[in-house]
Design a protein around this ligand. Structure first.
Ligand code: FES
Length: 142
């Protein structure tokens, strides 16, 4: 299993984290706020490119949970109520809500968004890593 080490991008008002091992390339971020999320730039995330609220709204659309945010002094991201599970044809389960995932090493991880492997081939269980040519398009989870 590959170990995830999310990258951190900070401004005074918001902290953005990105776990590349979980990204499903849905494009919600780059389409939603191209001034903040630009893969042609290094670093590709500029947390000063929009208001913290705009960044939070776009990150909350990320179906894989690769992107997360923390507003400085603000409330944590709310999980979706009720919890939803969407089976993507030929791909993962896209899950949103108050989640407690058991990892292969027996630990429990709290999540609010995740794309969970259902083919058994992911090297980053329980998350989908695209090993089954899994891609997420808008129609898959909306
Ligand atoms: S469902 Fe995507 S790697 Fe298993």
């Amino acid at each position: 299993m590959s170990e995830s080490h999310p990258k951190v991008y900070e401004s005074t008002d918001v902290t953005v984290t990105f776990d590349a091992h979980r990204c499903m390339h849905s494009g919600e971020c780059v389409r939603g706020l191209p001034k903040v999320f630009d893969t042609s730039r290094k670093p590709w995330v500029d947390p000063q490119g929009a208001t913290p609220e705009e960044i939070a709204e776009v990150i909350s659309r990320c179906p894989s949970g690769a992107l997360h945010y923390t507003l400085t002094g603000g409330p944590p991201e709310d999980p979706t109520h009720p919890t939803t599970v969407t089976a993507v044809p030929g791909g993962p389960f896209v899950v949103r809500g108050h989640l407690v995932l058991r990892t292969p090493d027996g630990k429990h991880k709290h999540e609010i968004r995740a794309a969970l492997c259902r083919c058994g081939r992911s090297g980053n269980q329980p998350y989908c890593d695209g090993s089954n040519d899994c891609l997420l398009e808008d129609k898959d989870w909306k």
